[in-house]
Design a protein around this ligand. Structure first.
Ligand SMILES: NC(=O)c1ccc[n+]([C@@H]2O[C@H](COP(=O)([O-])OP(=O)(O)OC[C@H]3O[C@@H](n4cnc5c(N)ncnc54)[C@H](OP(=O)(O)O)[C@@H]3O)[C@@H](O)[C@H]2O)c1
Length: 309
């Protein structure tokens, strides 16, 4: 099987590539908007492409004719999405719409990653068939992207996830790495006692996608950690796992901070469907943080250990 992955330098694509490379004999085409990977295996090939140039995108994908496209390219900074709405729409919605039409032509399976931010956060955590009502522009564009798949394709899988973290050879940050920087500075800092989610290590998204491919499953699947907690509780967990002083974190109410994009208060995802249909075993927050710490300590960035050496 041939798998094409867009957004190859994202932290999620890094875990997907590592796991698909280790667990299968499939060929992996890595597409990046800016980076060419050194070719050290006949099973991994690297291409650069401007996602916003449909002619270029079609040319490369029609030539490669993958059996599966896994789309990880996105503008993930939720506040930036409010101010740079055109780029947010182009990358988070139009790109998926274009990948859907390309997938239809070459009859390939499109997998795209979505988010718990498509929900209004009144009743999280959410199951797969809960009704979306995005509060911010990022969520709106991701919801449009989901609909492009659902309306135009039969062979699609939407993988929804929440508060993603994982090692990154390309220094793609995440909420946990931001907390670690703050703890390392050894000064008090404020974190809100709101914004609930189900933080997810990238390995679990990759395992879910592997199972989707092995079992040929279509539709929507939640790939998320099993612990539902707010940002302050998460910061305390991070302090404990990484050996920092948790009293450095000062809890504040959500109303005390001013963020450009409105966040859903209780987001997060329920993962029963993936556990039942795909036999996915997602990590709780303590195990996920422990794995992340090990990976950081051991320098398990796949790309640097493999594709750059
Ligand atoms: N981060 C989270 O907390 C979170 C939560 C829920 C859902 N998700 C979803 O999970 C997926 C993966 O997220 P991630 O956090 O792993 O992504 P990430 O590490 O932020 O990387 C996103 C990738 O998208 C491409 N990209 C970003 N900005 C671009 C631009 N201006 N022009 C062209 N390409 C650009 C880049 O890849 P290349 O340059 O290599 O193409 C970049 O590495 C996304 O669909 C995201 O919406 C993330």
């Amino acid at each position: 099987m041939n798998i094409l992955i867009t957004g190859a330098t994202s932290k999620t694509a890094e875990a997907i590539t590592r796991i698909l490379y280790a667990e299968t004999d499939w060929t992996i085409y890595l597409l990046s908007s800016h980076f060419t990977f050194k070719q050290t295996s006949h099973r991994i090939k690297s291409y650069t492409v401007n996602y916003l140039n449909l002619v270029e995108l079609k040319k490369i994908i029609y030539e490669l004719k993958p059996d599966v496209i896994i789309n990880c390219a996105a503008l993930t900074n939720v506040d930036e999405c409010e101010t740079n709405r055109k780029l947010c729409m182009d990358l988070n919605a139009t790109l998926v719409e274009n990948l859907a039409s390309i997938s239809r032509v070459i009859d390939c399976h499109l997998i795209t990653i979505s988010t718990d931010f498509i929900f209004n956060g009144k009743k999280g955590p959410y199951v797969e068939d809960a009704i979306p009502e995005p509060l911010n522009y990022y969520g709106k564009c991701k919801h449009i992207a989901e609909n492009s798949c659902r309306v135009g394709l039969t062979k699609y899988t939407i993988i929804r996830t929440s508060v993603v973290f994982g090692v990154s050879s390309h220094n793609k940050g995440n909420f946990i790495s931001t907390l670690l920087e703050k703890f390392n500075a050894e000064k008090e800092f404020k974190i809100i006692t709101g914004q609930w989610g189900t933080p997810t290590i990238t390995d679990d998204i990759a395992q879910c996608i592997l199972k989707v491919l092995l079992y040929k499953k279509y539709g929507i699947y939640n790939a998320a950690g099993t612990t539902f907690l707010n940002r302050y509780e998460l910061a305390v967990k991070v302090a404990k796992c990484f050996g920092f002083d948790s009293s450095l974190v000062i809890p504040i109410y959500p109303s005390e901070i001013n963020q450009r994009a409105i966040r859903p208060e209780k987001a997060g995802l329920v993962t029963l469907k993936a556990k039942t249909d795909l036999k996915c075993e997602y990590a709780d927050i303590d195990s996920a943080l422990f794995s992340y710490r090990l990976q950081l300590n051991e320098g398990q960035q796949f790309y640097s250990n493999f594709l750059y050496n």
